[in-house]
Design a protein around this ligand. Structure first.
Ligand code: NAD
Length: 493
């Protein structure tokens, strides 16, 4: 297949690249998926200018017409689902079945946005003066910079671009430098769907382009999803712009809690899916399975038996369970955590040899058992790979203490047949997305997606993002012929 040639899209024009970087297939480092512009700060700033220019006309466009653009986009995504999934599998190494599910998730977001176009946009509130009506409505902020990670290169941008554009903001999208081809195709579909020029702008590149967007005073909202370190940096830079909104969705160190009354097979499946789907590279992946001490020996034996059977291989082969890690540096980082676990004195239960052959960034599952000792880094830091700790606990209170003993708070799952236990863990654990008798992965777009502590700063994504990309205004109208003031204030002059 011919490598793609990427371009920035600014103010309705595809621009000739001035420099380029390759995007490679993590399952085969000899295959270039394409070449994309490594944008400079000046190029990023040009895109913000284009978005600013387009903002007044777009915010005045009928909300229904803005929503109609998403109806056309939905049809195009539906048309191209298989091609998009294949491109994603080649570029980010996720298994084709997961890639397909992600395209469908992106489609659901676009359908949700289209449907929302005809829903109420505010409230009418009574006044203490009978002749007055008060309205609460939402206005767009202006220009939203959308900076996204590689692991959900299609759905995550749509979680942010969708609500932003529907509400009347214009956007500059910077996809991850690890998945620019998927970002490029997504913007091509926006263009084909007829979004007016300047409403969506595309800037490829790495931290240089990303940071230029964040430093640009013309950006009113930064919508970021990615690692904690970058999210923190973006919030530090944005401290110079106190009138700006920054939504930062960041990493996780998630736990599945298996109680003594758990359905055993369900608990094993929930643990395996949470730990190893997407090769452990979901923000909501669980790298900690807390298991009641009465079950831990049996659970560990079955968990390892199932983990050994999982096939990690060619992302385009649906018979495989998962694929490689995103790139060689990340493979080394996860391998470093596997070595750190040994240094920290855990009991290693599974450390398989990588499958032979190929130039892919493969790393097989690493499973170990450990007590939750104070200061153990591997059970507190995000690893983002197929690296799972099995941790025994005695009481429910102890399980909560271990689950919360990390600086992250994104997702969790509890496996129990007792409604009292389910409620206890729901109320005591620190998380944004919780699951009962399920894996701790599996978002749906009409639910808020976000976390607490180092996982998020309180602006959940997907459907919930409408609150972040708009500000509420109160609008009070007098239907009477004279002025009457609230709180008994006199209107005499
Ligand atoms: P990353 O933080 O390395 O990069 C994310 C984006 O930020 C990229 O587009 C990158 O180019 C850009 N960037 C880097 N430095 C920047 C800077 N100084 N200023 C502005 N932009 C900058 O993350 P990644 O490796 O692509 O993704 C993995 C991480 O994302 C994991 O930590 C994962 O948990 C997290 N994640 C979180 C969620 C969530 O919703 N909470 C979802 C998916 C992934």
């Amino acid at each position: 297949m011919q490598p793609m040639v990427g371009r920035n899209y600014v103010g309705g024009e595809w621009l000739a690249p001035r420099s380029d970087f390759p995007s490679t297939n993590p399952a085969n480092l000899d295959e270039a998926v394409g070449h994309f512009p490594g944008s400079t700060a000046a190029e990023a700033n040009q895109a913000v200018d284009a978005a600013r220019t387009a903002f007044p006309a777009w915010r005045r466009t009928s909300r229904i017409h803005r929503a109609d653009c998403f109806d056309r986009l939905a049809k195009l995504i539906d048309r191209d689902t298989d091609a998009l999934a294949r491109l994603m599998a080649r570029e980010c190494g996720k298994n084709i079945l997961e890639c397909r599910a992600e395209v469908v998730e992106g489609l659901h977001m676009v359908q949700y946005v289209f449907g929302t176009g005809r829903m109420p946009v505010g409230d009418i509130i009574a006044s203490e003066i009978p002749e007055k009506d008060a309205f609460v409505l939402r206005k767009p902020w202006g220009v939203a910079a959308v900076i996204t990670p590689w692991n959900f290169p299609f759905a995550v941008p749509l979680w942010m671009l969708g609500p932003s554009l529907l509400e009347g903001n214009t956007t500059v999208f910077k996809p991850s430098e690890d998945t620019p081809a998927v970002g490029q195709r997504l913007v091509e579909l926006f263009v084909e769907a007829g979004f007016p020029k300047g409403t969506i702008n595309l800037v490829h590149g790495d931290a240089v382009a990303g940071e230029a967007l964040v430093k640009n005073r013309g950006v009113n909202v930064v919508l970021f999803t990615g690692s904690y370190d970058v999210g923190k940096r973006i919030q530090q830079v944005s401290a110079d712009f106190p009138d700006r909104i920054v939504a930062a969705e960041m990493g996780g160190k998630n736990a599945v809690i298996v109680c003594d009354d758990a359905r055993f097979d369900l608990a094993v499946t929930a643990g395996i899916l949470s730990g190893f789907k997407t090769t452990g590279q979901r923000c909501v992946s669980a790298s900690r399975i807390l298991v009641h001490e009465s079950l831990i020996d049996r659970y560990a034996a079955r968990f390892v038996e199932v983990a050994k059977r999982l096939k990690f291989g060619d992302p385009l082969d649906p018979a495989n369970f998962a694929g490689p890690l995103i790139h060689e540096d990340h493979r080394k980082k996860v391998d470093g955590y596997n070595r750190l676990a040994r240094q920290e004195g855990v009991q290693v239960l599974l450390d398989a040899e990588p499958a032979a052959g190929g130039r892919g960034c493969y790393l097989p599952p690493f499973v170990y058992r450990t007590e939750a000792k104070p200061g153990l880094r591997v059970i507190r830091e995000e690893v983002f790979g197929p690296h799972v700790a099995l941790v025994p606990f005695g009481t429910d209170e102890e399980a909560v203490r271990i689950a919360n003993d990390t600086e992250y708070g994104l997702s969790m799952a509890v496996i129990s047949e007792s409604y009292r236990k389910l409620r206890y863990f729901r109320d005591e654990c620190e998380f944004g997305m919780g699951y009962a008798n399920l894996p701790c992965i599996g978002a749906e777009v009409h639910l808020p997606f976000g976390g607490v502590k180092r996982s998020g700063n309180g602006h959940p994504s997907a459907a919930a993002l409408a609150d972040t990309v708009t500000h509420r205004v109160a609008w009070t109208v007098n239907h009477g012929t004279e002025i009457k003031m609230a709180q008994g204030l006199t209107a005499e002059v």
